[in-house]
Each structure stands twice: as structure tokens, then as C-alpha cells.
Design a protein around this ligand. Sequence first.
Ligand SMILES: [Cu+2]
Length: 247
Amino acid sequence: MQFFGERAQKTLILVVILVAIALASLLATVALAYTPGPVVGGAAVRGIVKFTGPVPAPAKLDIIKDPEVCGTEPKFDESLQVGAGQGLANVVVYIEKIDKGRALTTAKAELDNRHCRFVPHLQAFATGTELAVKNSDGVLHNTHIRLPNSDVFNYALPEKGQVIKKKMTRAGLMKVGCDAGHVWMGAWIAVFDHPYFAISDKDGKFSLADVPPGQYNLMFWHEKLGKGSQQLTVQPGAAQDLTQVYK
Ligand SMILES: [Cu+2]
């Protein structure tokens, strides 16, 4: 007995295959997602990032638009900041592909357009954080936040004191620019779907709390010097002190 014609049968088989593929990719996504829970034997991972190369004086930026507001003080390139003991500031430090550990903490974050700079120049936070993009200047800014292949935020802020809030749901390293002709304005935002990330401070120091025992890749990213990594083995309760060097 035949319920379907041959053509209908072929269509049915195709639909079943497509549904199976969709389910498989959905399950793969779920398996990769971060699962928060209690951490047994968690340890601190601390360290310092150093830059041992020559540190040039920061270049002065050309203020080619709105000089009456943006050019009232000199502005300098912020991409390489080296402090005491060759400590390299503004390095994003994070554990790669960690799938379980302590809960994410979300806070409120701010990105201010102030004196035609972005403040802060670099920040990192967890997914679910609400980012308030603010214009503290009496001049039009258009804040544009993007992932490598897509826009995250792209709004004009024409008024002084204006704030536009956006809940940040996607993880990734985002580049920030101003589309209102302020080509010198630039910043970075790193968003993570787990809590194991930090930004090195002015002297290159960083700290990750309560890392579950295990083997990981500890990753480093700097806007000018690029990526680095080191193997990380966390033993139960044993704090680590690491040094990462950029040359
Ligand atoms: Cu601007």
C-alpha cells in the first residue's frame, strides 16, 4: 500500500534530514553554553603582563572636526600604555572555552563620549550587562559598536547628556568608533559569556577569582600587540602567579 507518491516521499525524506540537521546544531550550541554552579577547589589566577619593547611617546591625534569642542585640549593615542616595571595596561585576559564555573556577575556599564574621546578606552563585562552609551559633549556623536561581521549598536547622540541603554546579549570583541566624522575616536569592548576575564591595570596586573581546577588556555589580547596565550593548569585551591611578556 502506498500512502504517498514518489515525489512526496522524497520531499518528506528531505524535510526529515533538514529537521535532524537543525536539531543536531541546536544540541551542539547547548553543549557549548556556559553552565554556572558551585566551584569546588577554586583558585585565584593572578599575574602581570609586561611589554619589554621600546615605548614611543604617544602620537598626538589630529582633531579634524568640531575643533571648538573637540580640540580644546590636546589628545593622544591611547593604544599602548606601559606603567611601572614594564607593566602593560589594557590587556584583556581570559580563559578560552571554559564551560562551567562560578556564576556570571552582570553590572551596569557605561561608555561615555567625553571631550570627543570614549571613556573608558577599553572595558570588559559579562553578557546580560546593560551598557549605557552617553554623550557628555555639546556636539553630535554617533556611537557605532561592532563585532567583526555585524553591528551591535549604531545610534546618533545629538544632545548633551543624552543616554541610550542597550542590554548586551552577545559575546565577542567589539570595536567602537564614532560615525559623526570624529575619526580619531576609538575604543574596545570585550563581552564574555562566562566570568573568567580581566583587564590588566596600569601596571599590567590582573586577577581571576575562583577558577575551577582543570587545564585551560589562558588568552591575552592587546589592541596593538595582538594575541598571546599560555597553558594553565589549576590545582585545587592553589593560587597561581603568572607572567606574560609581549616583546
Ligand atoms: Cu564623535
